[in-house]
Structure formats: structure tokens, C-alpha cells
Ligand binder design. Sequence first.
Ligand code: PMM
Length: 267
Amino acid sequence: MGCLVMGIVNATPDSFSDGGRYLDPDLAVAHGLRLRELGADILDIGGESTRPGAVRVTPEIEQERVLPVVHALAAAGAVVSIDTMNASTAVAAVAAGARIVNDVSGGLADPDLLAAVAATGADVALGHWRGHSDDMYAQAQYDDIEREVAAELVGRVEAAAAAGINPARVILDPGLGFAKRGDQNWRVLRALPQLVGLGPRLLVGASRKGFLAAALGGEASEARRDLATAVTSVLAADAGAWAVRVHDVVATRDALTIARAWQEGKA
Ligand code: PMM
């Protein structure tokens, strides 16, 4: 399947599943290089956790964490995306070699981000989002979640265009787990073909998230969440996703390879 694999490098002390493992820039760079060897097409570097209840960090601390990592991985030839909600971090990361700005807030958290990215010429991934981690579940109220997520994503493409970003440079992301509880995530995933139909490339980030564990009956181990993630990667690819954002690059790469052999009748 032609879906790209985005490998996650969280240079944070408190991320959802791998917080603290790669806070040291050298460890984060080594992890990124390993993910690239294992088949990641893009490396997504983040310095601020967006897990439920996470405490926000200043852009200065965020940049201290991510810029050396972005610089080293881009210099090694990797396609790097910067996972940030801050305009100043986005601009500094692009200057350090990032080619994609990945803003889970879709440009809503920092009113300067879209115009700042427009000036850089980088691609931008815009997530469906309704509020910061401390109160995002209060925003998880929908009458018709499929329609509302699609309409709000279209609104972000329009905001990006108004800020000077060519729609061809926009990537959309349904924002799994962001202002979405439990089954609301499955409703959005079931509607993925409609989101693909909006036009922009679609990025899907299900990796290790709580709704996968919940579907497996509660607290699932990391290995079980990674297997569940690989299954969602194949299904997302089949629904037309452009890329999947994952921690376990090998599991998703293998799952996509097997799905392709199945479809093409040859390995
Ligand atoms: N999820 C997280 C962080 N960044 N970026 C995109 N584009 N899509 C996502 O779903 C997404 C993201 C939170 O997960 P993590 O803490 O495991 O990185």
C-alpha cells in the first residue's frame, strides 16, 4: 500500500506513551535514525506533550528540546516534520531543516502560526482540535461527529488559505483523541473515506491511543497497542490515508507490506 509511515520522536518528559525516553537530544537523534532505517518515510519531532492533562511548556523550552534534533536528522537526509502549536517553534524548526509543520490544533492554538508557516513555504498538517489538553474532553460534544469534524477541517483549510498557504501544501488530520472520547474516535475512523474526499492529503495518528486499548478491554500493554495500531494503519491506508503517524514503525511497515501483497497477488 502506498501509505507513508511517519515515525514519532517525542523529545518530551511526559508524552502519552514514550515520555522521558528521548528527552536527551542525542538519544532522540539516535532513535530517529533507527526509525528511518526501519522504514519511516518521515520523522515527526515533538517537544510538548499533548496527552490529556499535560502541562504546557514555553516555546523556549520546546525549542531547546527539538531544534538540535530537527537539525541533526534533517542534516542526515531525513524528511522531518515538527510537531508544534507554536509559530516561533515552527519557523525555527523549518530554518533547522523541517519540511512539514504538524500542528495538532490546526492553527487554532497560536493565531500567528498559519501566517508564519505561509512565509516559510513548508507543508502544514492541520489537526481537528477544539481545545487544550486540560479541558479538551469538555469539548467532546457532538450532534453529528462525522459532519462536524469534516466541516471544522474544511474551516482550517480555509483559514490556512486566508493566511497565504496554498491548499496543495495542506495535510489534514482527524485528531484522534483530541476532543474525542472512546467510540467517537471509531465513528471518525469509519468516516475516513469522506475525510479523504475533502481533497487534502490525510494523516492519521492512532498510535497507542487510549481508544485502541479500550476496544481491547481496558489497559492493554504497549505490544498489544502496537499490534492494534498496525491494524489501524492498514485500514487507514485502505481508506485512502496519505500517511500514518506511529511509534512502532516496524509493525506498521510490515502490516502495510502484507496488505500490499494481498492486494497485488504477489510479494
Ligand atoms: N497525536 C499526538 C501528537 N501529535 N500529530 C498528529 N498529526 N496527529 C495526531 O493524532 C497526534 C499528533 C499525541 O500522541 P503522542 O503523545 O503519542 O505523540
